[in-house]
Design a binder for this molecule. Sequence first.
Ligand code: AMP
Length: 291
Amino acid sequence: MTPRFTPGQLHVHSGLDDMVATARALRAVGRKIALVPTMGALHDGHRQLMRTARRLPGTVLAASIFVNPLQFGPDEDYDRYPRPLEADLKICGEERVELAFTPSREQMYPGGPEIMVDPGPLGGELEGASRPGHFAGVLTVVTKLFTIIQPHYAVFGEKDYQQLTLVRKLVRDLNLDVKVIGVPIVRDPDGLARSSRNAYLSDEQRTAAITLSAALVAGARVSAGGAAVVLESARAVLDKEPSVAVDYLELRGADLGPAPEHGEARLLVAARVGSTRLIDNSQVFLGQGED
Ligand code: AMP
C-alpha cells in the first residue's frame, strides 16, 4: 500500500494536491475508489449512500464534503447552509469512510471557474426552471470531483432524482470512466425525505412538510388509473395544506422525458415551506397498479 494510505482508517484531505496524490497512488496499486459526493450536514440519507458504496467489492470508500457555491442562486441559502464539519467527520468514521475530501472554495475555484459543464435541455426543466444555473454548477463540481478523485464508482441518492439523471447523462455523453449508482430515498418514519435542509424547519413547518411525501403516496396509490388521476390525487393532498407553496408537481418518464401511458414513471414535487425549499419524488407504474 502507498505510504499515504492505511486501509480502514479515515484520512482527511483538505488539500487538493494531497487528494490527487492519494487517489493516483491508490489507482497505481490497483485499488478502486467508490465516491459519495456530499455537501455535508450528513444524515441517514448520506449514511445509506456510504453503506451502499462500501459494499462494492474491493473498493476504498471516499466521501467529499463541499458546499458548492456554483449550484446556489444569488438568493439561495449558500451562506446559511449548515457546515458541521466535526460531526460530519465523526459520521464518516462511523461509516468506515477511508478518504474524506474537504476542500476550500478557493482550492476548488481559484479565480473562476470560466469553464462550466452545460447540462443541456433537462438542466432548464423542473429544478432547473426554478434554479437557473443550478445544474451547470452541480455537473461542474461533479466533473471536478471525478477528475480529482478518479473514482470507479460514484453513488448518488434518488432524493435528487434530476441530479442523478443528469450525472448519468454527463458520464454517458462525456465518456467518463465512472459507474454511477443510485440509492433509494431514505425517509423519516412519517415519510419526510431526509434532507440537510430539514434543519431549517420549525416543528409546525415540519408537520406541513410531510404533505409532500403524502401527496406522492396518494398519487402512487391510484397509478392504475393513469397520469391524470395520479396528478389529481397528489394535487388534492397538497391543496389541503395552505402553508405548502407548490413550485411544481410533475409526472415524467424514468429518464425525465415525457411520461409513458403505461409503465415506469416518476412523480416529482418541489415546494416551499416558509423560506425552505423541499423536493421529493417517487416511482410510479402507470396503468399497472402500485406493485
Ligand atoms: P447533498 O449533501 O444534499 O448534496 O446530498 C448528497 C447526496 O446524498 C446526493 O446524492 C443526494 O441525493 C443524497 N441524499 C440526500 N438526501 C438523501 C436521502 N434522504 N435519501 C437518499 N439519498 C439522499
